[in-house]
Design a protein around this ligand. Structure first.
Ligand code: NAD
Length: 498
């Protein structure tokens, strides 16, 4: 049995942990590894290492910090295949899909490499006689990231490259379901020349999260995961005086207009609904078919859903891998059953799928539900699996009203050939990230990523300019040099300009 250690102060360590959790290969259902679950004292040790490292890292020049990020970026390219296989073996997604998440995460490193330009402050000359004003940003100190299972490399990469490039030190608490990617990344940082203690990994569950949220040595917490935990993290973290960004769950709608190229729309909806077995926060889980688009769309979706090859993520012929755990598989089959019981038409039923040679894997086939309504549980709940629900409406405004009434607001897409419809849609819909004929509109790293409503608790999206703002604090300096000043007299009245 392999035991996955924490990574504290530049080395793997068991720390004080006595508890462990099993880590499964979702394609076989076998657990050949276990991960240590941190005690609060392990979090203390990571924060102590990060605090000590901050003393020098926070003072290290921008040029030197960015050189390390450049080297780290090169190592992520070199080891993409290796890291992708590590992710696939614990998450279940295909190796190709895992390579995609590494590539998208690497873009944040590339953004952080350009920080010299982004961090430039402002300078105002002669704002008052002989007085100038400038501002600059400084790191916060020790910051933490708490991340979900579905992107074990990319989501942490949304956080630590920017935090570290801006001069902070970092404690990552990854998902306990696929923990190995975090340790691999820690090794790459060390190889890139990052000093010990700047990047630490503490594995664990609620006990580790609570210790992070309450820790007086941590200045800010970035969280990505489900909405109830995002809300909890935001409340408890801010209550203890921390800056908190907390990204939550999603229910993303793809609207298909009658004037859309239906083959194109269906192809992209299928990929967006079933890619990574639907375990993406930007997955499309609801297809909103407008007017006459509905019947032909469902017909094409059914055909394409039946063509999907389900198998282990390590097999290059696989389109869709297993779910992450047996519990996730059972949640998905339960959602299909509840849809059927509440009146939806089960067009494609993924329940009971067996993959030859992998009978104990956590597999479910793609499922397609038609004539779903907003009252059904299959619509209301975030299933986070390979289930696409088709809701039929008559007009684009009905589609927009449906989306706006949904508590989530992460991503959405409209498929249309009409620019006016697309413009109307993007202006009226209450969602943070919108695609026009683009089903998974994940913003590039130089924009920020974040939804609206229950998909983002608090007010801080992640990476891009918002990431730099989140991990830094601004100082505004007003300067006068008295020996040169015309009139440096001090007054008791509130200072005004002259
Ligand atoms: P999760 O909320 O169960 O776990 C996220 C993190 O919180 C993990 O590190 C976990 O250990 C920790 N955690 C879990 N339960 C906790 C508790 N009771 N107290 C304290 N900490 C706890 O999420 P998940 O299942 O790992 O990931 C899937 C969810 O993440 C989905 O809801 C998905 O939509 C969401 N997600 C959102 C985004 C986004 O950008 N908005 C991105 C990826 C995933």
């Amino acid at each position: 049995m392999t035991v996955i250690d924490h990574w504290i102060n530049g080395a793997a360590t068991a720390g004080d942990s006595t508890r462990t959790a099993p880590v499964f290969d979702p394609a076989t259902g076998v657990s050949g590894k276990e991960v240590r679950l941190a005690e609060p004292s392990d979090v203390d040790a990571a924060v102590a290492a990060a605090s000590a490292a901050f003393e020098t890292w926070g003072e290290t020049s921008l040029a030197q910090r960015i050189r390390v990020l450049f080297a780290f970026r090169e190592l992520l390219v070199r080891d993409e295949e290796k890291l992708a296989r590590i992710i696939s073996a614990e998450h279940g997604k295909t190796v190709d899909d895992a390579r995609g998440e590494i590539a998208r995460g690497r873009e944040v490193v590339e953004y952080a490499c350009g920080l010299g330009d982004i961090l430039k402050g402002s300078f105002s000359d002669q704002v008052s006689t002989d007085v100038d004003v400038h501002n600059f940003r400084q790191p916060l100190g020790v910051v933490a990231g708490i991340t979900p299972f579905n992107f074990p490399a990319m989501v942490p990469l949304w956080m630590h490259p920017i935090a570290i490039a801006t001069g902070n030190t970092f404690v990552l608490k990854p998902s306990e379901r696929d923990p190995s990617a975090a340790n691999y990344v820690a090794g790459l940082y060390a190889e890139a020349g990052l000093p010990a203690g700047v990047f630490n990994v503490v594995h664990g569950d609620k006990a580790a999260v609570d210790a992070i949220l309450d820790h007086p040595g941590i200045s800010a917490v970035s969280f990505v995961g489900s909405t109830p935990i995002a809300r909890y993290v935001h409340e408890r973290g801010t209550a203890s005086g921390k800056r908190v960004q907390a990204l939550g769950g999603a229910k993303n709608h793809g609207v298909v207009m009658p004037d859309a190229d239906l083959d194109f729309a269906a192809k992209h909806l299928i990929a967006a609904a079933y890619g990574s077995a639907g375990e993406r926060c930007m997955a499309i889980s609801v297809a909103v078919a407008v007017g006459s688009a509905a019947d032909p769309l469902v017909e094409i979706l059914e055909r394409k859903a039946r063509e999907i090859t389900v198998g282990p993520g390590s097999d290059p012929a696989t389109d869709m891998g297993p779910l992450v755990t047996a519990a996730a598989r059972d949640r998905v089959t339960g959602a299909v059953a509840s849809g059927a019981a509440q009146g939806a038409t089960v067009v494609v039923d993924g329940r009971g799928l067996k993959v030859e040679g992998h009978e104990n894997g956590f597999f479910v086939g793609p499922s397609l539900l038609d004539r779903v309504t907003a009252e059904m549980d299959a619509y209301r709940e975030e299933i986070f699996g390979p289930v696409l629900a088709v809701v039929r409406v008559d007009t684009v405004d009905e589609a927009i009203a449906l989306i706006n009434a949904n508590p989530y607001g992460n991503g959405t897409a409209v498929f249309t050939s009409d620019g006016g419809t697309a413009r109307h849609f993007q202006r009226k819909v209450k969602v943070g990230m919108i695609g026009v004929n683009v089903p998974v509109p994940v913003p590039m790293s130089y924009y920020s990523f974040g939804g609206w409503k229950d998909s983002l608790i608090g007010d801080s999206p992640i990476h891009g300019p918002e990431g730099v703002r989140f991990y830094t604090r601004v100082k505004v300096v007003t300067t006068r040099w008295p020996q040169r000043a015309q009139d440096a007299g001090a007054g008791f009245s509130f200072p005004t300009s002259n």
